[in-house]
Design a protein around this ligand. Structure first.
Ligand SMILES: [Zn+2]
Length: 324
């Protein structure tokens, strides 16, 4: 069991497909997390793939980094449009890096901006922060931006938050504190296993005056939770009408929105935001999973929030705030 779990966790990030290695007569044990026992199992699966129907629904429609890279290599100009990453955590909540470490990792990737989105106070289990800690972080971000600028760095850190939303779409933070941020994400973290239609919940969240982006909309997690269901065309159409964005959380075991829902979002024309949900600086590379999903779903580049310049991004947030 442990060998299976270890290999399954590593498989997201294998730089090459196991099948490609076999085709080149190479050993599967080259892959991280694969010993001789797992190598034999994987070869068997590749020879005789399991039928789709036998794969549990909570494991379907995910891609690995190797898949994403193949998709992105076919159209390099797509990835070049990316200006930044709009969801990540620091040690203020449940991340392991500092604001500065996240900024340095983003600068190394050539980003124009990142948004720091730690959890809000209602999510105690993830060390959510209150208004006071948020203000402290915003001050630290301002200092970090100054010091990056002095050292010739290009990236700007945006102060933001992943505000916890209850199932009625209400947040848990003082709107005056939120209005001081560059950007606000709202996400559901509770009552995620209900089976009946949740359209009303999504419409309420989109109407929430304090948020611009709805984070990891379905709340699915690989092999653990299928996530919520809704009348998706209606949800995306509502987002389009009030010009708010839904997110692709690019964390490997989330990939939420996934390609199937992104295709519906493309038809309805709503904005899409990409966020890695990184909890360590190195995890910024997860952005490729979201970039590839958006490309595969043929989302128009002008609908992707992260393809905007920092000025356009701020203008969009300002417009939404004035409209409420
Ligand atoms: Zn979250």
């Amino acid at each position: 069991m442990r060998a299976y779990r270890r290999a399954a966790r590593s498989a997201w990030l294998w730089p090459e497909e196991a099948a490609d290695l076999l085709a080149q007569d190479r050993q599967l044990t080259e892959l991280h997390g694969v010993g001789p026992f797992m190598a034999k199992q994987i070869s068997r699966w590749i020879e005789k793939p399991p039928k789709l129907g036998t794969i549990p629904p909570e494991r379907r429609d995910f891609m690995a980094l190797a898949d994403a890279r193949k998709i992105l290599q076919a159209k390099p100009e797509w990835s070049q449009k990316l200006r930044g990453d709009l969801q990540m955590h620091t040690h203020y909540s449940d991340g392991s890096g500092s604001v500065r470490e996240m900024a340095e990792a983003a600068d190394a990737r050539g980003y124009e901006y990142i948004a720091i989105t730690d959890h809000s106070k209602g999510l105690k289990i993830a060390g959510g922060i209150d208004e006071k800690r948020l203000a402290k972080q915003t001050a630290e971000i301002a200092k970090t931006n100054m010091s990056i600028l002095r050292k010739g760095g290009k990236v700007t850190v945006l102060s933001s938050i992943e505000m916890n939303l209850n199932p009625r779409g209400e947040g848990d933070m003082d709107p005056r504190a939120l209005a001081k941020l560059d950007l606000v994400l709202g996400s559901f973290h509770s009552v995620l296993r209900v089976k009946h239609d949740q359209t009303a919940r999504y419409l309420a969240a989109l109407r929430n005056r304090d948020i611009q982006i709805l984070g990891h909309p379905r709340g699915r997690i690989y092999n653990y939770r299928l996530g919520l269901s809704a009348d998706w065309p209606r949800v995306f159409a509502a987002a389009r009408k009030i010009d708010k964005a839904l997110e692709v959380d690019c964390y490997p075991d989330r990939q939420d929105l996934n390609v199937a829902l992104l295709k519906i979002a493309r038809q309805e024309g709503c904005r899409i935001s990409l966020g890695t949900d990184a909890h360590h600086p190195w995890q910024l590379e997860f952005i490729e999973l979201g970039l590839a999903a958006a490309l595969k779903a043929k989302i128009s580049p002008d609908r992707i929030v992260n393809f905007m310049s920092i000025l356009q991004l701020k203008a969009w947030v300002g417009k939404l705030r004035r409209a409420r």
